[in-house]
Write a protein that binds this ligand. Structure first.
Ligand code: DX5
Ligand code: ZN
Length: 221
């Protein structure tokens, strides 16, 4: 895989033709499909579940599918998403009573596991689980909707998490989600992120390849 991963969030795709949208964005150079699961309980919006993930696999999608669970409770959905073809599963620590158990459940199901931090969620949840993490996702908006503005304090938080990852000596991907655009992706990468979720920035443009090319040019600059 590339050094920097671009993960379009299908939340901003046209759901009436989702398979084609995912094919297009992957053909346009995306690395990973970001799959936002919302339950109208943990977050104030309702989206898609394991059936849709399975449908994408049956459609022929072979790229990694990054399932971002914005649900409470978490555990029952883990095996369902693993069976549906998820590659990575991340969840919010506030949504799990037994964080270590949920991480282990994800790994036992054969997926990469990660924790997601809302903008105001403290990082102490990392303290005793670094050895179980394949990825850490920092939300740069409050979860629930696409098209919001990047919250600038995320940059300091990214720098802090980058230090913790480097100190751990482990190969943990640092993902950022919310308000990522061509004009801020470089700054976000400089703060330590290596995986970038972008929904509206990509799907609201007519030419997905053009946006992804511009993002990669920024990252290479
Ligand atoms: C927000 C979701 C994001 C969202 C990003 O709760 O987790 O993945 O779709 O959308 P943009 O890139 O438009 O901020
Ligand atoms: Zn997301």
């Amino acid at each position: 895989m590339a050094e920097f991963l671009i993960a379009p969030s299908i939340l901003s795709a046209n759901f009436a033709r989702l398979g084609d949208e995912v094919d297009s964005v992957l053909a346009a150079g995306a690395d990973v499909v970001h799959f936002d699961v919302m339950d109208n309980h943990f977050v104030p919006n309702l989206t898609i579940g394991p059936m849709v993930c399975e449908a994408l696999r049956k459609h022929g999608v072979t790229a990694p599918i990054d399932v971002h669970l914005m649900v409470h409770p978490v555990d029952a959905l883990v095996p369902q998403f693993a069976d549906a073809g998820a590659s990575m599963i991340t969840f919010h620590p506030e949504a799990s009573v037994h964080i270590d158990r949920t991480l282990q459940l994800i790994k036992d199901a054969g997926c990469k596991a990660g924790l997601v931090f809302n903008p105001a969620t403290p990082l102490h949840y990392l303290d005793y689980v670094m050895d179980k993490l394949d990825m850490i996702l920092l939300m740069s908006v409050n979860p629930g909707f696409g098209g919001q503005s990047f919250i600038p304090t995320t940059l300091d938080k990214l720098r802090e998490v980058r230090k913790r990852i480097d100190a751990s000596g482990r190969d943990i991907v640092l993902e950022v989600d919310g308000g990522v655009k061509v004009d801020n992706i470089r700054e976000i990468a400089d703060a330590g992120a290596d995986m970038f979720v972008a929904g509206s920035a990509i799907f609201n443009q007519p030419d997905y390849a053009e946006v992804i090319k511009k993002m990669r040019a920024e990252l290479a600059a």
